[in-house]
Design a protein around this ligand. Sequence first.
Ligand code: ARG
Length: 461
Amino acid sequence: NEGALWGARFASGPSPELAALSRSTHFDWDLALYDIAGSRAHAVALHDAGYLSDDELAEMRAGLDRLAARISDGSLQPAEADEDVHGALEQALIAEVGPAVGGKLRAGRSRNDQIATLVRMFLIDHSRTIARDILGLIDALVAQAEAHPDAILPGRTHLQHAQPVLLAHHLQAHAWPLVRDLERLRDWTVRARVSPYGGGALAGSSLGLDPVLVARELGLGDPAENSIDGTSARDVVAEFAFIAAMIGIDLSRFAEEIILWNTREFGFVTLHDGYSTGSSIMPQKKNPDIAELARGKSGRLIGNLTGLLATLKALPLAYNRDLQEDKEPVFDSVRTLETVLPAFTGMVATLTFDTARMAELAPQGFSLATDVAEWLVTQGVPFREAHEISGSLVRACEERGIGLEEATDDVLQAVSAQLRPEVRSVLTVEGSVASRAGTGGTAPTRVAEQRAALVHRAQET
Ligand code: ARG
């Protein structure tokens, strides 16, 4: 098994079945450039400790640079016989610079500390792309909110008409979880920036190599305090998978509403043609597939997290080959978000709102009943009684098939003497929305302030 990273103690080479099971190049090749970066840093540490001469270091670096170029342009690919990215690249390096120099690189490192480091570097880089994409979505939400500062939406609880709110308030309510997702990614990075390189297989190296030097070369923070933990912990990967799943869930909740809003029955939004799909049989169809795929893929993101957690459960220390199973799910989560987020953002940015339709529906379903009760409170009626009176008015109007604002003086008086005609002053959706003026409320001034705070928090991350 020439070119493999191990073999001398075996009488025979690996069986084809083992090789087929063991091979990981079809997914860990995504880490090839990070593996090269690790090798460059490790070469510096070897040189620093006296194991590579200046010339050997220069030769090795030049060889690694050539490999990096060939990885980038696709001309270097793993061979069928390569077990993993690490072995493939060691072999490629030896082919570039010869065994005398190339054969020195592996001293003092193991695939265990390598892979633990490379996964972190990969995820940190992609977390930046994902964060940028999330910011783009927040921008699209903020732009829609800004474009509709006064539009009213029938606010719902239990999916039933509850109280009118500003459309902008509702859109911003979808932006806040995304801001927290950005903050989660930022907080996660603090833990992810730790470098396991130098931990070797599990115990560290006897060669006097400096893990701090390697960590700095790689642009990471400090080395892992414990080589066993550094090589075998994957909580950082699981935490990333959780954040990815949470982002997916946050998208799915908005997606579900867009799907509903886009139905004939709601009729609140129209999707841009470029962000909707047709039917192969029904010529009239215009479907919200982006929202549906976002909703569907949240299941996949949750699956990636739970699958990884199941892999990690009860694994003894230190490295076990089970840990190889961390990469496919989390790589899939990265790819999924990097595909879903831009499409989702385009859909949101190009949504057209039927604000007249939303305003027409906003007072329906007696959504101003709370305003009646709160008006009574301002008139000195205890809320318990006010709630009863307003509830009775709802019943009286429902029996007559009219809205609250249509109740005549006689109807009001028949329900309660406290319901003087002045109560009508609160029976408009605009008045209702404007009156909810405490911090976090849906009054237009508050919503505008909130938007500024939202933009500020998002940009801080
Ligand atoms: N491919 C492994 C992984 O992804 C790294 C190699 C470690 N292999 C080993 N036999 N120790 O975790």
